[in-house]
Design a protein around this ligand. Structure first.
Ligand SMILES: [Zn+2]
Length: 194
């Protein structure tokens, strides 16, 4: 890999993830000094480049960290103790034991989520969800008035095509970010953030 930039770009290509920063702040103070907070854009169902190993479909639920307020997902960056059938959470350092159906794993027989080339894994969840589908519209309002009008019309068309039980959210951003509270009579309240 030629440069750090090339490396970042190739990772973005593989993972469909782009961060505002590619270095984690070391302290709370460092984090507060960031002009732009750490954030990530993620492209679900991104197709990997053809020359990259393709992730097999994972038709099972991810293994989660057992710490109540963590619940991070087992991944290739976690330390795994294959002999003790345990793994250490990369986010909170909690030591977790593998669930019983992982008892056959070994260094040579790993589940796909522990292969270093699969830094992003997509799961098809098996547990039925009882939640209705949720759609959040995120709208950049910094545009010409006629474009904004056209965008409004497109959003209205999109809304008419959603399932009747869908939950809908709206975030707009220009100079400020506004999180809108929607009700049957339109926007009842908005929360404004810098
Ligand atoms: Zn954890």
């Amino acid at each position: 890999m030629a440069t750090w930039e090339d490396y970042i770009r190739s990772q973005e290509d593989v993972d469909g993830v782009r961060f505002t920063w590619n270095v984690w702040p070391h302290s709370r103070l460092d984090a507060q000094r960031l002009v732009v907070p750490v954030a990530a854009f993620f492209t679900p169902l991104k197709e990997r480049p053809a020359d990259q190993p393709q992730q097999p479909p994972l038709e099972y639920d991810p293994v989660l960290c057992s710490k109540q307020n963590c619940k991070a997902v087992l991944n290739a960056l976690c330390f795994v103790d294959y002999r003790a059938k345990a793994w250490v959470c990369i986010m909170c350092n909690q030591r977790n034991t593998f669930p019983p159906h992982y008892s056959a794993i070994s260094e040579e027989n790993r589940p796909p989520e522990l292969y270093p080339q699969f830094t992003t894994i997509e799961y098809t969840l098996k547990k039925a969800t009882t939640m209705p589908p949720i759609f959040v519209f995120v709208v950049d309002t910094c545009m010409a008035a006629d474009e904004l009008k056209a965008l409004k019309e497109s959003i209205q068309t999109a809304l008419s095509l959603l399932p009747a039980n869908a939950l809908v959210g709206l975030i707009t951003y220009g100079r400020m970010v506004q999180l809108h509270e929607l009700s049957t009579n339109g926007i009842s309240r908005s929360y404004v953030f810098k």
